[in-house]
Design a protein around this ligand. Structure first.
Ligand code: GCW
Length: 694
């Protein structure tokens, strides 16, 4: 009996020691080496910087590192200068970022020269689509870390504070310096006393890590909670209500960042309800915030029931307002013109609004990329977007440069990512989804770093085992680890987004999801009476003649291509010059259209769908070979998710190809894997799952 009891205790202890829930993200220091931190100033932030060094130092034992706040013209904003033994910055947050960079270099074995690093964007912000009842819109990693329902909804517990602090630290480690705490589909209640008290408590925890707090607000709040009859932005009483509210907020949160607003979009109230423009609405809020240095992020995600091509609508509504916004208003534009699809061309608003500050909105949470089931490393998607040339001020006017202040004069520069964080132990659901949080921060700090470097760093920090020799030098991960783990896993990450494009919607197809949570295939989905631009047939336009959305200037096209600057307008309008990745975004083409490969469009489509499935099968093999380098918990977790993904990829391929085949009336290429599902079965399965597909 005794032996059994000992055994049980031993097993339990081992489990608790070795259980790996992923909570530590990319911040895994082990066996710290002694270091002497020299810093003449003191503040809560500098104390954090000092602690980080003491917890994570992997350099020479007993070395001295000095932290110096000293103005230097070459250092901008919260940038820093680092060398092996010193960090210099203009601000204390710059020091903290420098410390994290120094430690990252040590952990990953990258060298450290004397160098300066300045942020690409001043404001690097996470948008949480968290509702006050604790649910998270498009969240796949559990409930909100900020809000909950029930008796203790407003109580700030120690557990809350610890979690918020861990969250803040993780953000600071990758340079994120802002959080919008609630959903853009905002509740007016966020501006009530109770709520603002909780916001203050959160802001107090985030502050030392350099993170400003922002809120999403509902435009009709004055009428809903202010006792005013209207929310017309030109009504003086309304403007005064907002001014007073802003004053209250700043008395609680002196460094409050500002408001994010979704107005006149998908049923949300806005200035147009009162015959006013987006500029009238945004400026009224901007005037209330400007005395305190606050900003308004006004979203351009608008489309109506009009017959106009949905992809053109944001541009049509916002371009006429260019130049009418205050300098503390930033128009927040999603990367693509439709809605966070696996692939879209960049939104034509980037670079086109020349007298208005524009910021990109990226989606970290995988609403359209397989939720937290599919492995999708999003840095390649964001890199492709940020490096897209808009040609708005000649060649080289990339989206990054059109938004970071290097081309257009602008008071602020900003970038936002819709967060994928929830109460799940590992924060993000899929262990690899953490890499997207990481990648967003790294790209917001430096928009020109390559996806490959980001993946490399993340894998080393998240799965790496550094070894330290007697002299304290970290002999970075072994050759075996590099060859058999780092390199294949990195390749898998880098290929993962393209795999999804291939098995979901290749060659420029978009928005062919079923109604069920934007997860599974639904090219057929078009219930009677449903708004056309909410149904996949609107987007793929399949018929016996061909497939694709005609956005050319031809009489049958919407001329969406016309919203781009030359030479893109012409390049996109001509199928022979349009990049094939965007072909069916801009063109409706016959099934036997000749592709660059010499194959017909139909055959090419088949090859892409099949290629996507094959890639995921390959990922499974890669991951299985990684087993001996990964802890059991994360290994099994990823292995299981890859299995689901494989099956889903097959469903996508069979559903889309069998559905499109009804129009193409062409056989599958003969050397090509035969479908394993029947279309009827997949349609029925989809219908039964309405509302709760994952
Ligand atoms: O993509 C759509 C989402 C909605 C979201 C909306 C938006 C927050 O399906 O869930 O609402 O975009 O960005 O406003």
């Amino acid at each position: 009996m005794k032996i059994i009891a000992y055994l049980v205790i031993f097993v339990l202890v081992s489990i608790s020691v070795y259980a790996e829930d992923g909570h530590n993200l990319w911040l895994r220091y082990s066996n710290p080496i002694s270091v002497n931190v020299v810093c003449v100033k003191s503040s809560p932030t500098l104390t954090l910087a000092r602690q980080e060094l003491q917890m994570g130092w992997k350099g020479e034992p007993g070395a001295s590192v000095s932290l110096v706040i000293k103005a230097d013209k070459a250092i901008r904003g919260d940038g820093y200068r680092i060398s092996k033994n010193a960090i210099q910055a203009n601000t204390e947050f710059g020091i903290l970022y420098g410390v994290f960079e120094l430690l990252r270099r040590q952990q990953t074995g990258e060298g450290i020269q004397d160098e300066i690093s300045n942020p690409s964007y001043d404001r690097r912000i996470l948008n949480h689509w968290d509702n006050l009842n604790g649910s998270v819109e498009r969240g796949y990693a559990g409930q909100s870390i900020f809000w909950r329902e029930g008796k203790d909804a407003w109580t700030v517990t120690e557990t809350d504070k610890i979690l918020w602090q861990e969250y803040a630290r993780a953000n600071a480690s990758i340079g994120i310096n802002g959080s919008v705490l609630n959903n853009v589909n905002a509740s007016q209640l966020i501006l009530t006393k109770e709520c603002l008290q909780r916001v203050k408590a959160i802001a107090d925890v985030l502050r030392p890590y350099g993170i400003r707090t922002y809120l999403s607000v509902k435009f009709s709040s004055p009428a809903l909670i202010g006792g005013i009859k209207t929310s017309d932005p030109l009504n003086p009483e309304v403007a005064k209500w907002w001014k007073d509210k802003v004053k209250d907020i700043y008395s609680l949160i002196p460094d409050f960042g500002g408001f994010l607003v979704k107005a006149n979009s998908e049923g949300q109230p806005g200035p147009q309800d009162f015959g006013r423009t987006h500029a009238d609405g945004a400026n009224m809020l901007a005037d209330a915030l400007s005395p305190y240095g606050g900003i308004v992020m006004w979203r351009a995600f608008v489309y109506s029931t009009s017959n106009e091509d949905r992809a053109k609508q944001a541009y049509l509504e916002f371009m006429p307002l260019d130049g009418q916004f205050r300098d503390n208003v930033i128009i927040q534009v999603k990367n693509g013109p439709v809605d966070f699809q696996p692939r879209e061309p960049f939104s034509p608003l980037f670079g086109a609004m020349k007298e208005t500050t524009v910021m990109p909105e990226l989606q970290i949470t995988q609403e359209y990329l397989g939720h937290s089931i599919h492995l999708a490393f999003l840095a390649p998607l964001w890199e492709e977007f940020l490096q897209s040339d808009t040609y708005q001020k000649g060649p080289g006017s990339t989206v990054a440069h059109c938004t970071d202040g290097s081309i257009f004069p602008q008071k602020y520069s900003a970038i936002a990512g819709v967060s994928n964080i929830g109460l799940d132990a590992n924060w993000c659901g899929h262990p690899f989804a953490q890499a997207n949080w990481y990648a967003f921060g790294r790209l917001a700090w430096n928009s020109s770093i390559r996806s490959e470097l980001i993946a490399d760093e993340w894998i080393k920090l998240t799965f790496g085992r550094t070894t330290t020799n007697a002299n304290g030098a970290t002999s970075d991960l072994s050759i075996d680890w590099n060859l058999n783990f780092l390199s294949p896993v990195k390749q898998m990450m880098l290929d993962s987004r393209e795999a999804i494009v291939d098995y979901m919607m290749p060659l420029g197809l978009h928005h062919i999801f079923s109604a069920n949570g934007h997860y599974g295939p639904g090219p057929w989905w078009a219930p009677k009476g449903m708004r056309k631009d909410w149904t996949p047939p609107y987007f793929h336009q399949s018929d016996t003649l061909g497939i694709g959305f005609d956005r050319t200037p031809s009489t049958r096209g919407s001329n969406g291509a016309g919203q781009y600057q030359e030479p893109l307008r012409s390049v996109f309008s001509d199928p022979s010059t349009c990049p094939e990745a965007y072909l069916l975004w801009f063109h409706h083409l016959p099934w036997d259209y000749r592709m660059k490969s010499g194959r017909t469009l139909w055959d090419e489509l088949c090859i892409h769908y099949d290629g996507g499935v094959q890639k995921v099968r390959q990922f499974q093999k890669i991951w299985d070979q990684a087993e001996r380098y990964v802890d059991r918990d994360r290994f099994v977790d990823v292995q299981k998710r890859l299995r689901d993904q494989s099956l889903n990829a097959l469903e996508w391929k069979d559903a889309c190809l069998l559905y499109f085949q009804q129009f193409s009336r062409k056989p599958f290429p003969y050397n090509f894997e035969r479908p394993m599902y029947n279309l009827d079965y997949l349609i029925e399965k989809d219908t039964k799952r309405v509302g709760n597909y994952h």
